[in-house]
Design a binder for this molecule. Structure first.
Ligand SMILES: Nc1ncnc2c1ncn2[C@@H]1O[C@H](COP(=O)(O)OP(=O)(O)OP(=O)(O)O)[C@@H](O)[C@H]1O
Length: 910
């Protein structure tokens, strides 16, 4: 690919030849000087000719008078002969070369007369621009018009154009500007060239014929007093384009477009009409900065009477009178003239046609389907994730998650369309990046089911192939958020380890180093993420620390966070950890969003409905892009895309964690895998249950504590059924004791389930319970090598009988029960007891029995009351429905939260 310098060289080659010829002609006298040394008069004469140039000399009366001197006439004849030889060469070779060059490089509207193209819409897709643009005609000063040649200059993607007027030349200047703009507008498909117009003198003065373009936003006329704003706008745009190019390791917009095979960003051409005076220092600096950095970002200046420093690529046309000019391309001695402009009415109609085309194309409402590529799943996420999420006047507006904008913050009040925005973004990503390139983890702390549709449901069996985990209704299960962050931190460590092994630092490099492995980018969306930080507790602390870690290190490992919230301002823990906020360099503000953009950036306040401000520059004003976000949540939008993707790809369904539903025991991975006794589901990214080991050692009994009957029964049932599943029939015994009449029916169902599984069951309830003391005695006395599992429901209800001391030894049932708890486990008799309160449990255990309960599950019991059972440590637990806290002395350092299963299906199963 040619560098900019090289491109310019090529474009100038023929013109260089022209310059050389002209210089020779103009400087021919220099050779004569040596020979004329002796002749002072000749020398002086020759010098004076040399000084002003031959062309001007031939019009100089003083010189013409001196030609009556034959010596000087001889010098004159020699000089003109030299020149004529040079010109003959130029006319023979150079002129044709220049004409050919312009014909080849300024093709179509870029170089042809307006009659051939004006009023027709351009169709060039704008991947690359013509190298030269015709601005007029030129001819060597003394030559006739038949020796004229088209003058063309490099412009789009290469250089700027500067015009200096002379008195009376304004019409010619305007003709050059208008014609060259029309050439650009007519070359490319409408919309690819955007104009900015600023005139120090007038608001509506210049280029009146192009004004129809303003109606479509193709031309913006700037306030004469607001040059600062225009320059800041251009500078901001250049920064944005550069940043985007850098993200894909390109140095210019041109390269980005060539690589993408399409124009990703229109050219911006700013036409500035000045008055010849230098602007103030600050503006002058900014203008020069735009001039220096603009061409690589597709930003170009046409400066009329605006002084600017010489160190940016720029050609200059300087008028010497009303109609003729010189140019920096051709040097002195070549006369430049503007081409005659097209009639105003025709120009106006052409501008209106371009406007109408853009308006018509935009007029069609943009829908979710317009966010999708023609072919699904074709993109690589090696460098970034990129998708349009909305439209600005019909043009797509993109979000980018990559090394430079690793994380996003989305804010907007309730109902402002945050969730819809997330759907638009996820849809755009999912349509472009297959599951090997993108994995999604989606968590919604809001009450409701916003992401549930991404998992298989009763009505719609499809799922989003890229989704690995969906958490809904997690508002009270902040542990789940924590688990997700922990999971991401682990994944981060895994990637960092691989990167270290390969001695690379970024995901893109890791992918190059390990092309056979899948290293997808991971996007974790957490809606209403502030819920993670609501308490002043360990979860808040841990969440803040983990979030900071993932935000900081995820950047280079392709792990991206998208954090959405109604009110960023309210997140106290967030402000204690500004790193997270700072790392979220992509900001998305829905209408009336607060704090998500920088303080001085008020763009979100005036945003219309269903619009968003997208800002990849941490919210500073120049980074704003406004987009209308199409409806992505109604039927037939995201769901239809999901269906297509689901049919085309073969991936496992994502795991759904729904905090509002008790998980079904029969679906639990550890239950089906016969992992031994389980008690409930752990709140985790993976489908994991709380499992127990029942070794024949003291203390391996389990207490369930609390009055929440349904949950307590669920935990007891889960333990029974999972034990039954993990034993071959006849290899163990079950004993079910239920002193409470009201529960007997339920326990009888458990018995039936065990019998169906061909297990041996002893069931005692009602009046049988009165005999429990004897039963316990026989149980401990009978020797057997099979494990025995005692499930004792509502132990405290049996106390009335158990406390009886029985003659002759005066041993009570309670004594026997304590002995069972103490000595049973070593003899492989493990007891699962349910007590309806912590003090009742303590009554049963007596003074020294606490050690005999090695594991417990508590329901509606305050954390503070549980510390004696947890080796004295503080238990961070506030009871909540359908949640329990579980502690196993032999495996836990601290308690964990579990969810009692829905056991109804498991109880009925045969
Ligand atoms: N761009 C849009 N075009 C049409 N309808 C939209 C658009 N965005 C959102 N809606 C509709 O507006 C309603 C609210 O949108 P959404 O749920 O996305 O808002 P939200 O900011 O997430 O609100 P909340 O935080 O209360 O859930 C939804 O019924 C949605 O279908």
């Amino acid at each position: 690919m040619l560098g900019r310098g090289e491109r310019r060289n090529r474009a100038e080659q023929a013109l260089h030849q022209l310059r050389a010829v002209l210089n020779r002609a103009l400087g021919a006298a220099a050779g004569e000087r040596e020979r004329a040394e002796a002749l002072k008069r000749q020398l002086e004469f020759e010098q004076s000719v040399q000084r002003i140039g031959l062309a001007q000399a031939s019009r100089d009366e003083d010189i013409l008078e001196r030609l009556s001197d034959p010596a000087l006439a001889a010098v004159w004849a020699k000089i003109t002969a030299d020149r004529d030889t040079s010109y003959a060469e130029w006319h023979r070779d150079g002129l044709g070369a220049v004409r050919d060059l312009v014909a080849a490089e300024a093709t179509g509207p870029a170089g042809r007369p307006w009659e051939e193209w004006l009023g027709r819409l351009g169709d060039d897709p704008g991947v690359a621009a013509p190298r030269l643009w015709r601005i007029g005609t030129a001819q060597v000063a003394h030559a006739g018009p038949e020796h004229g040649f088209p003058l063309a200059v490099p412009l789009l993607d290469a250089a700027h154009l500067r015009l200096n007027s002379a008195p009376g030349s304004r019409a010619a200047v305007d003709a050059i500007v208008e014609t060259v703009l029309l050439r650009m507008l007519s070359t490319f498909a409408p919309g690819m060239v955007r104009l900015h117009l600023w005139d120090i003198g007038h608001l509506t003065g210049p280029l009146p014929n192009l004004h129809p373009l303003t109606a479509a936003g193709l031309m913006v006329v700037h306030d004469p007093t607001r040059l600062d704003d225009l320059l800041a706008h251009l500078a901001g745009h250049i920064r944005k384009v550069h940043a985007n190019a850098m993200r894909v390791n390109r140095t210019s917009l041109r390269e980005v477009c060539v690589a993408a095979g399409r124009r990703v960003e229109p050219w911006r051409v700013a036409v500035l009409f000045g008055n010849g005076e230098r602007m103030d220092d600050e503006q002058y600096r900014e203008l020069n900065r735009v001039a220096r950095t603009g061409p690589d970002a597709g930003v170009h200046l046409i400066l009329v009477d605006v002084p600017v420093s010489a160190n940016s690529p720029m050609e200059t046309v300087t008028f010497v009178d009303a109609e003729t000019a010189t140019s920096s391309m051709t040097g002195p001695g070549v006369v430049v003239r503007a081409d005659p402009p097209a009639p105003p009415a025709i120009v106006g109609r052409a501008a209106a046609l371009i406007r109408d085309d853009v308006v018509a194309r935009r007029g069609r409402p943009r829908s979710f389907a317009d966010l999708l590529p023609e072919v699904l799943g074709q993109e690589s996420s090696r460098d970034e994730l990129r998708t349009p999420v909305g439209f600005d006047e019909g043009d797509p507006v993109e979000v980018v998650l990559g090394d430079a904008t690793p994380h996003a913050l989305v804010a907007g009040p309730s109902g402002s369309g945050k969730t819809n925005f997330l759907y638009a973004m996820l849809g755009g990503f999912a349509a472009r990046y297959p599951p090997s390139e993108l994995e999604l983890y989606l968590l919604d702390f809001k009450e409701g089911v916003s992401f549930a549709g991404l998992t298989p449901g009763r009505k719609d069996p499809s799922w989003l192939p890229q989704a690995k985990l969906v958490g809904v209704n997690v508002n009270t299960d902040r542990e789940f958020g924590l688990a997700l962050l922990r999971y991401l931190a682990q994944e981060l460590a895994r990637r960092a380890e691989a990167a270290k092994r390969q001695e690379v630092t970024k995901l893109a490099e890791l992918r190059d180093a390990e092309p056979d492995r899948d290293w997808p980018r991971i996007v974790a969306v957490i809606d209403e993420f502030q819920a993670l930080f609501v308490g002043r507790d360990q979860i808040t602390q841990q969440a803040a620390t983990l979030l900071e870690d993932v935000a900081r290190r995820g950047r280079s490992q392709g792990i991206h966070l998208v954090l959405a919230s109604q009110d960023i301002a309210g997140i106290e823990a967030f402000w204690g950890k500004p790193a997270v906020y700072d790392q979220c360099t992509l900001r998305i503000a829905m209408p009336k969003a607060k704090r998500v953009l920088s303080t001085e950036n008020t763009a979100a306040l005036s945003l219309p409905r269903w619009h968003a401000v997208l800002n990849h520059d941490s919210g500073v004003p120049h980074g704003n892009e406004t987009a209308h976000v199409p409806d992505a949540s109604s039927r037939g939008t995201f769901d239809a895309l999901q269906h297509r993707l689901w049919q085309d790809t073969n991936t496992a369904a994502p795991r759904l964690f729904d905090g509002a539903h008790q998980p079904d025991l029969t679906g639990a991975a550890d239950f089906t895998a016969r992992k031994g006794p389980i008690l409930g589901q752990i709140i985790d990214v993976d489908d994991r249950s709380a499992t127990l080991r029942l070794d024949p050692v003291p203390g391996r009994n389990v207490a369930v504590i609390g009055t929440a009957t349904a949950d307590a029964l669920s935990i007891m049932d889960t333990a029974v059924l999972s034990l039954a599943r993990s034993h071959v029939p006849e290899t163990c015994e079950f004993h079910l004791w239920c002193p409470v009449e009201a529960m007997a029916e339920h326990v009888a169902r458990v018995k039936q389930a065990l019998l169906r599984a061909k297990h041996k069951v002893e069931f005692r309830s009602g009046e049988d319970a009165g005999k429990l003391a004897e039963v316990i005695a026989t149980l401990t006395e009978q020797q057997t090598d099979k494990p025995r599992y005692v499930f004792f429901y509502a132990v405290d209800a049996a106390h009335q009988w158990l406390e009886h001391k029985q003659p002759p030894l005066m041993i009570s049932g309670l004594d026997r029960l304590r002995s069972l708890l103490k000595n049973g486990p070593s003899a492989r008799i493990h007891t699962f007891g349910w007590w309806r309160g912590i003090s009742r449990l303590k009554d049963t255990l007596g003074f020294s029995g606490a050690d005999d309960i090695g594991a417990w599950v508590a329901l509606d019991v305050q954390g503070a009351d549980l510390s004696t059972l947890a080796a004295g440590q503080f238990v961070d637990w506030s009871p909540r429905p359908h949640r329990a806290v579980f502690f196993d002395r032999s495996t836990h350092s601290k308690p964990e939260i579990l969810i009692p299963f829905d056991t109804s299906a498991a109880l009925e199963a045969s």
